[in-house]
Design a binder for this molecule. Structure first.
Ligand code: URA
Length: 189
């Protein structure tokens, strides 16, 4: 029997499995519908996420919300979380061992929600799920089926929103990916 989202969150907020816990103001377990059909996985909390204990509330979150809205995906219908639940110092990328320490929480959240689709944003989310690539472009825009223990999942890989936010030439591709996710969600039962 999978653990409940609430139980998982209460473990995350007291977690001391890696050094990121030492610098946090708040852990950021994630938020959204426990029966969400779509689960969105980012990289790590930033400054504002750490302050509020909520995922994607800073600049890249606002950009992500706008892009989701543009293609007709409601963030309210998704569960949103990150590969690691505590903010890395100076917003550096989470280390392999930090992702590994946090992985059981992510896997438990997936097992509890049983989403139809995981939308992985960027390399850290792919690494957390064991998606293999040399460059993100090898897997970006692709659907990847996998089993995480007893849970079968389907992933769609795209950029982390900070990339198209920073490089406007990448926005069309990012929106196209999100639009494909929207269409995919209508076909997945
Ligand atoms: N905010 C998050 O919650 N996750 C990210 O990956 C970036 C910003």
């Amino acid at each position: 029997m999978p653990d409940t989202l609430q139980n998982i969150a209460s473990e995350i907020v007291v977690c001391r499995l890696c050094k990121l816990s030492e610098g946090r103001k708040n852990a950021v377990p994630g938020e959204g519908d426990e029966h969400a059909r779509l689960m969105i996985i980012g990289e790590a909390p930033g400054k504002y996420e750490d302050l509020q204990g909520r995922p994607f509330v800073g600049m890249s979150g606002k950009f992500l919300n706008k892009c989701l809205e543009t293609v007709g995906i409601s963030r309210q219908d998704a569960f949103v979380t990150n590969a690691v639940k505590c903010r890395p110092p100076s917003n550096r990328k989470p280390l392999e061992q930090e992702i590994a320490a946090c992985r059981p929480y992510l896997i438990s959240q997936i097992a509890a929600i049983k989403p139809k689709l995981l939308l992985t944003l960027g390399t850290s989310a792919c690494n957390a799920l064991g998606i293999k690539y040399t460059h993100l472009s090898d897997v970006r825009g692709k659907i990847i089926d996998m089993a995480l223990g007893a849970t079968k999942v389907r992933c769609f890989v795209t950029f982390h929103p900070s990339f198209p936010m920073r490089f406007p030439s990448k926005r069309e591709a990012f929106l196209k990916d999100l639009s494909n996710v929207k269409n995919l969600m209508t076909t997945l039962q």
